[in-house]
Design a protein around this ligand. Structure first.
Ligand SMILES: [Zn+2]
Length: 213
């Protein structure tokens, strides 16, 4: 049985998820956005209290608010970072991203250790996450679908009543809409959508009422 824990981290209100198997205690961390010392502590406390063994960091995409904590988790827990290669230029230029949002100072670059592509499967104990490429918000954007748990981690591709912005590096509105209609809206209606910001929704609700798709 897979368990989902959600944290809301950093000034962008980004959702970080920990997906774990309650029996084997293996866990994947999706989009580690912890930035402040208190956020790192909150995360570490959860991992140790739940006795989890992190097996991988997975990024839905490499916008800075989704990877402020990438290198922290990688180094502290000795794990690899998995993402789609299309976002490598974004990870390499985290400082540039910070500047664009008015931030000062430097941000550590994020590199991709494991390249994920359409159809890849990430095992977490008895469950799995299937990789769905959904470019449009960023060139290498992916969503992660868990058939056993009936949920989709949608990054910034699909939100409750909204979609990701397409005016940043490599964004493309037509491509984003196509990704959502052809790949996400073919999942079962009852699939729970866990987005990169704000509250959860379902595929069925978004098919019925999302005005941006
Ligand atoms: Zn984003």
């Amino acid at each position: 049985m897979l368990k989902v824990k959600q944290f809301v981290f950093n000034a962008f209100g980004e959702n970080t998820y920990v997906i774990s198997d309650s029996e084997t205690r293996e866990a994947a961390v999706i989009d580690p956005g912890m930035m402040a010392e208190s956020e790192r502590r909150e995360f570490d406390n959860y991992i140790s209290a739940s006795q989890l063994k992190i097996v991988e960091v997975i990024n839905t995409h490499l916008h800075l608010d989704h990877c402020f904590g990438n290198n922290y988790v990688r180094d502290r827990y000795g794990v690899k970072v998995a993402a789609n290669i299309g976002d490598a230029p974004l990870g390499a230029d985290l400082t540039g991203q910070l500047r664009r949002f008015g931030g000062r100072g430097d941000a550590d670059a994020v590199s991709i250790d494991v390249q994920l592509k359409e159809g890849d499967v990430i095992k977490i104990g008895s469950g799995e996450l299937q990789v769905i490429e959904t470019p449009g918000h960023s060139p290498g954007g992916i969503c992660l679908y868990c058939p056993q748990g009936g949920f989709l981690i949608s990054g910034d591709t699909l939100f409750r009543g909204g979609v990701g912005r397409t005016d940043l590096y490599g964004g493309n509105a037509r491509q984003l809409s196509e990704s959502i209609r052809k790949k996400l809206f073919t999942l079962p209606d009852e699939t729970k959508v866990l987005p990169g910001h704000d509250r959860f929704t379902t595929i069925g609700d978004e098919k019925r009422s999302n005005p941006y798709v």
